[in-house]
Ligand binder design. Structure first.
Ligand code: DAH
Length: 339
């Protein structure tokens, strides 16, 4: 019996299988329930006690080495079959096509980030608006030419329902429901009945800003927007305030920054002035505060309205407004950077 075991052991040690079939034959022959090892264990029951000890030891050796051989060969075969099939690990990876944010969204997010750090909240209001919130409460007198500053798309007349012409409507919505202090920015889409060209569009985006509290002054407005311009465009950018008129602010100012397309030298975008207007602003008119139930003797505030397309144009040196809404993938995919 010992001789047979030793022979089988030598066979097991010498065995090598490249295929699944050969390995299966090995399993059947040695380790299956009807295989040689089981058979020998049966025989072992019949031998004397001293013999059992000695033979049991060699038989166990046979069993273990057959099992070890089986599992190592099985592992080899499994590895070979998976890598020898259709997977080519030397191929370059298929590029993962991830989308990216629209440049206007990138810039809007950056604007929000800058003002949030100054303690401004983000507020939102409707795009379909009534006359009160878009005009009357903002101190636009009835039939006053100021209303024609903004060519309005009307949806219904008497009572008027319209597409908001600016984000200033959200100032009113906010002040009607929240008592000062109010410090918010309000980004959104606005609509005007204008012919589409490189410089004008029938819809575009603005960010409104509003700060109403006790003792808010023009210096606060200047410093806030000065800080914004430096954060957005870097410390070399210059900013200037020009006197202007808006019905809802007094005094009012338009805000220009250095034209970053030509670095102030003069080009088509800045009409050779070296400056580009990015926002309107001013001290909230006392009538506006009154219209929202706020006492202008107690509270003052500043407001501004900024064109997001303008800010984006200067950031990315794009000088045709139409590009932002044409959805040309060649244009859009250039703005991967998170600014
Ligand atoms: N609403 C103005 C516009 O669309 C921009 C503006 C000017 C907003 C002055 C303001 C402001 O809040 O104070 O042209």
């Amino acid at each position: 019996m010992e001789e047979r075991i030793q022979k089988l052991l030598a066979e097991v040690q010498a065995f090598n299988a490249q295929t699944k079939d050969a390995l299966e034959a090995f399993r059947l022959k040695f380790i299956s329930r009807k295989g040689a090892v089981t058979e020998l264990f049966e025989e072992l029951k019949k031998v004397s006690v001293e013999e059992k000890k000695r033979l049991g030891k060699v038989l166990n050796e046979l069993k273990q080495s057959a099992e070890a051989k089986f599992s190592s060969l099985q592992e080899n075969i499994d590895n070979n079959t998976s890598s020898s099939s259709d997977i080519d690990l030397t191929l370059p990876p298929v590029p993962n096509k991830v989308g990216n944010l629209h440049p206007l969204t990138l810039v809007k997010n950056r604007i929000i980030e800058i003002f949030e750090r100054l303690g401004f909240n983000v507020a939102d209001g409707p795009e379909i608006e009534d006359d009160w919130h878009n005009f009357s409460a903002l101190n636009f007198p009835d039939n006053h030419p100021a209303r024609e500053m903004q060519d309005t798309f009307f949806i219904e007349k008497n009572p008027d329902l319209l597409l908001r012409t600016h984000t200033s409507n959200v100032q009113i919505r906010l002040l009607e429901k929240q008592k000062p202090p109010v410090r918010a920015i309000m980004p959104g889409r606005v609509y005007r009945n204008e012919a589409i060209s490189a410089r004008a569009h029938c819809f575009f985006h603005q960010v409104e800003g509003l700060y109403v509290d006790k003792n808010v002054g023009f210096a606060d407005l200047k410093q806030t927007l000065y800080h914004f311009a430096k954060e957005m465009y870097g410390k070399d950018v210059k900013i200037r305030f020009r006197p202007s008129f808006f019905p809802f602010t007094e005094p009012s100012a338009e805000i220009d920054i250095t034209c970053l397309i030509c670095k102030g030298k003069g080009c088509n975008v800045c009409k050779h002035s070296g400056w580009v207007e990015i926002a309107g602003s001013g001290m909230v008119h006392p009538n506006v505060l009154k219209n929202c139930g706020i006492d202008p003797e107690e509270y003052t505030g500043f407001a501004f309205g900024m064109g997001i397309e303008r800010v984006t144009m200067l950031k990315y040196q794009v000088n045709d407004l139409r590009l932002y809404s044409e959805n040309d993938i060649r244009f859009l995919k250039q703005f991967q950077t998170v600014i």
